[in-house]
Design a protein around this ligand. Structure first.
Ligand SMILES: [Cu+2]
Length: 214
């Protein structure tokens, strides 16, 4: 009985220790006009150039109503993405971006092969049939990443406290992706960040009444 009690106390101490070490980061991202930015990508990388440990996953980017859903998808290096066509027309998804150049020729339904993303960086997606279809796969080499919602907020949880480089990217970012050092303390961390975006944004939407049946 005594041994059992001692073990229980020991277990509780270990568990409390682990919980208090975990950190999370809440961020709110806006632009220079104080407009909250949706689809801002934030991720943490090591300060010493080392790669943090992360896992690969199979991810999905749909095509729905002639749009990529999600428009911005974050994946880890080496992950594979399926591009199911949920419309009853054909799409022809491609990218000419340096980290991943690929093409899924005219197809309906779910392509049989997943596309692997072996290098970090931003991969711009397009469709050969529908010019306005624009999407991005942001390939990162870290387990700590998140994307902002409509109100500009995001959260990264389960971070090991320490010093990191915080990286910012957005589809309408003006200039190069931004990064700066950040110290993540155990518990809750929060920040507010303003990114400079291009002011003239051409809306890319499906034109109405010109469906030629593709
Ligand atoms: Cu298309």
């Amino acid at each position: 009985m005594k041994t059992h009690l001692k073990l229980s106390i020991l277990c509780s101490c270990i568990c409390v220790g682990i919980v208090s070490q975990a950190a999370n980061l809440s961020a709110t991202i806006s632009n220079q006009s104080d407009t909250y930015l949706e689809d801002a990508v934030v991720y943490l990388t090591a300060t010493d150039g080392q790669t943090l440990e992360y896992t690969q996953k199979n991810e999905v980017v749909d095509q729905i109503n002639k749009q990529f859903v999600q428009k911005v998808k974050i994946v880890t290096v080496g992950s594979k993405v399926s591009f199911p066509n949920k419309d009853d027309i054909h799409h022809h998804v491609y990218s000419f971006s340096e980290p991943k150049n690929f093409e899924l020729p005219l197809y309906e339904g779910v392509p049989s092969e997943l596309v692997e993303f072996p290098k970090k960086g931003v991969v711009s997606l397009g469709c050969n049939i529908h010019d306005w279809m624009k999407g991005y796969v942001v390939v990162v080499d870290t387990p700590y990443y998140a994307k902002s919602t409509k109100n500009g907020s995001l959260e990264i949880s389960g971070i090991t406290p320490g010093n990191y480089i915080i990286n910012y990217w957005h589809p309408n970012l003006q200039g190069a992706p931004q990064q700066e050092p950040i110290q993540i303390k155990a518990g809750n961390n929060s920040l507010v960040k303003q990114l400079k975006t291009k002011t003239k944004i051409k809306a890319r939407r499906a034109p109405r009444g010109r469906d030629r049946g593709y």
